[in-house]
Ligand binder design. Structure first.
Ligand code: GLU
Length: 464
């Protein structure tokens, strides 16, 4: 068996889709697991829909996820000479023919077939034209699909899928303008790049018999094929743009960590017992096609959030602080990584599912956040105002805030009879809300003077 070579072959017509990222990941993992090679190929022959921004988005998305390739990116637009050469070879060998049917003729015939309730297909009328008959006319090249027999896709995941050749059309593989079509270039590329395993989404399964026939006609050795079940959206049905966020970039911008993303992606269709957490190295060691599921997997945002919360908790706080800076900037908070920011992050690790949530919580470390009226009226009552002032006064003279604040607070409570509920009002005064990290942790981040300021300002607002 030759060394495994896999590939990811996205068309750069938009962002990197979650489904595409999973395909890329599975190809990477299969190659790594078998000691093989993983190639990236950009399928940009559709010049109208391909954009350099989409190429960037794909490369950036893969790099961010840690899906690194060993070779490429190859660009199909740079390989036109090869496709032309192979197209001519098919024609020369009598395995293809020039078709001069015009679009109007084809449309009319298709309508007739539809009216007769037949499956619309090319009727093959140019197949046996004498070569002189097409001269000087605009033409496409069509593949002479065998009229009889069967083509079997021996799929690594779904077993044998049998196609009747009579059901397959005579594929156009070179358009009038000389540009080659998908099914043809993909075969020439996969063969010339030595791809041994073509692993891709189920949506390409029906292309595979056409590609197999082209492999045979071109005399290329056949790779193995495997088609992954699709990913369904949270509402069921195909993962669509409308229902769910489907681009990798969208998740990055929401503050998901790449480790959580790849861990989530690998679990969309693959499993290893009931293990949920996988590092990239573990995935590479454990991945196998046998354990890729046969039915579609469902995208589940809660699971992804759960994993992200886990990776945030496990991450190095100083690293998270770096990652948090742009999320704070989006909220108008201009700051730089610092030991102080790292300390602030440490207080929020356990309570943030995304960096966006963390940035939202961190806001009160940077600027006072007034409490919602309903919260204020419940906790910042007229009776509590003098207490907050007294605490502020007591704090304001502390030399060692960290060591002395807890006792100072206790002393105020004692003086006032001992059964005052001050923690929640203080929390609301300091953070504007009723949920936050431990009160003294928050005080540590804010520092003595800011704590004093906020307590006084909250007390001041109560009377007003
Ligand atoms: N370029 C194709 C796509 O983006 C993939 C082709 C393949 O994997 O064979 O859907």
């Amino acid at each position: 068996m030759p060394n495994v070579v896999t590939r990811f072959a996205p068309s750069p017509t938009g962002f990197l889709h979650i489904g595409g990222a999973r395909t890329a990941l599975f190809n990477l993992l299969y190659a790594r697991n078998t000691g093989g090679k993983f190639i990236l190929r950009i399928e940009d022959t559709d010049q109208e829909r391909s954009t350099p921004e989409a190429v960037r988005a794909i490369l950036d998305g893969m790099t961010w996820l840690g899906i690194t390739w060993d070779e490429g990116p190859h660009f199909q637009m740079e390989r036109m000479e090869l496709y032309r050469k192979e197209a001519e070879r098919l024609l020369r060998d009598g395995k293809a023919y020039r078709c001069v049917c015009t679009k109007e003729e084809l449309d009319a015939r298709r309508e007739e077939m539809a009216a007769r309730k037949e499956k619309p297909r090319y009727d093959g009328r140019c197949r046996d034209l004498a070569s002189g008959a097409t001269e000087g006319k605009p033409s496409v090249l069509r593949f002479k699909t065998p009229r009889a027999g069967q083509t079997v896709v021996r799929d690594l995941l779904r077993g044998d899928v049998v196609y009747e050749n009579a059901e397959l059309d005579d594929l156009v593989f070179l358009r009038t303008d000389g540009s080659p079509t998908y099914n043809f270039v993909v075969v020439v590329d996969d063969a010339s790049m030595g791809i041994t395993h073509v692993l891709r989404g189920d949506d390409h399964l029906n292309n595979t018999p056409k590609q197999i026939l082209l492999y045979e006609a071109l005399g290329y050795p056949l790779p193995r094929f495997g088609h992954f079940p699709l990913i369904h959206g949270m509402e069921g049905g195909k993962l669509s743009k409308r229902q769910d966020d489907v681009s990798v970039t969208a998740y990055r911008e929401k503050g998901f960590l790449p480790e959580a993303m790849v861990n989530y992606l690998v679990r969309l269709g693959w499993g290893h017992g009931d293990q949920e957490i996988f590092s990239m190295v573990e995935m590479q060691d454990l991945f196998s096609l046998e354990h890729v599921g046969k039915s579609p997997s469902k995208f589940n945002l809660d699971k992804l959030l759960h994993l992200n919360a886990y990776y945030i908790k496990m991450a190095e706080p100083s690293l998270l602080a770096n990652l948090l800076v742009p999320f704070l900037a989006k909220r108008g908070i201009d700051t730089k990584p610092s030991p102080w920011l790292t300390a602030a992050v440490r207080t929020l690790l356990e309570r943030s599912r995304t960096l966006e949530e963390m940035a939202e919580s961190a806001e009160y470390y940077f600027r006072p956040k007034p409490a919602e009226p309903s919260v204020a009226s419940k906790f910042l009552t007229p009776e509590i105002a003098p207490v907050l002032r007294e605490i502020a006064d007591a704090f304001s003279v502390l030399e060692d805030f960290k060591a002395e604040r807890e006792d100072a607070l206790k002393a105020v409570v004692e003086r006032r009879g001992g059964n005052l509920k001050v923690h929640q009002p203080i929390r609301v005064a300091l953070t504007g809300g009723t949920a936050s990290p431990g009160l003294f942790e928050v005080m540590e981040i804010l520092g003595r003077d800011e704590v004093v300021r906020r307590l006084r300002s909250a007390a001041g607002r109560i009377g007003a």
